[in-house]
Design a protein around this ligand. Sequence first.
Ligand code: DGL
Length: 249
Amino acid sequence: MSTIGIFDSGSGGLSVYRELVKLLPDEHYVFFADNANCPYGEKPASFIRERGRAITDILLALGADLIVVACNTATAAAISTLREEYPEVPFIGMEPAVKPAALGTKSGVIGVLATAGTLKGSKYLNTRGQYEDNVKIVEHVGQGFVELVENGILDGEEAEKTVRASVQPLLDQGADILVLGCTHYPFLAPVIRRIAGPDVRIIDPAPAVARQTLRVMKERGIPVGDTSFSVDLYSSGDGTSLKRIFNYL
Ligand code: DGL
């Protein structure tokens, strides 16, 4: 039986889990949400690396054959260290979908929504550097988005006001594609859609990460589809937020 380990700072990683289950329905999943330390967005990279190590140890003890770092911020801060320190473990990370956005924009402007930690990470800056000669890349931290999702506020006046404050500046600069660079943000996609209107494309990288997970499983000889579906959820917090978003899926 293969076990897919997944972690995030909180419940946002469930947006990646949702896509994994569509593509890989017959697997055992263990999902760890670090709700006690959420959000990671403004925390020092050294702290996030430390949490990454601790959570990796937990997921491995639970039998994970590979680990999906379903958090852009943790990917930026910790994935290269984790790959060095656990060379036998396949890690799959998140990356803001700048490439498909750069290829698809008609206005020549793409908007990236992510946490401060992701936007200043070298991984993102390198990707940005590859495309910014051809397209204009404008960015905004999704200020308050993670807190909305963790508190289960996925719609309504408060969600709309908070989301608009970060999305409108990107639209005002001409972005016709918005890249969701944080795994919490897809849970606010209906609100983002309403604010952006029907002509703006919204890209969630989660389906691409699920496809990459399947590729890595095949490459590493990890059996695919050899068990019936099951999932165990773990949280470093009280589990309220995790259960709420899980029930929303
Ligand atoms: N879901 C996370 C991400 O993809 C982390 C957000 C946070 O904890 O600030 O970046």
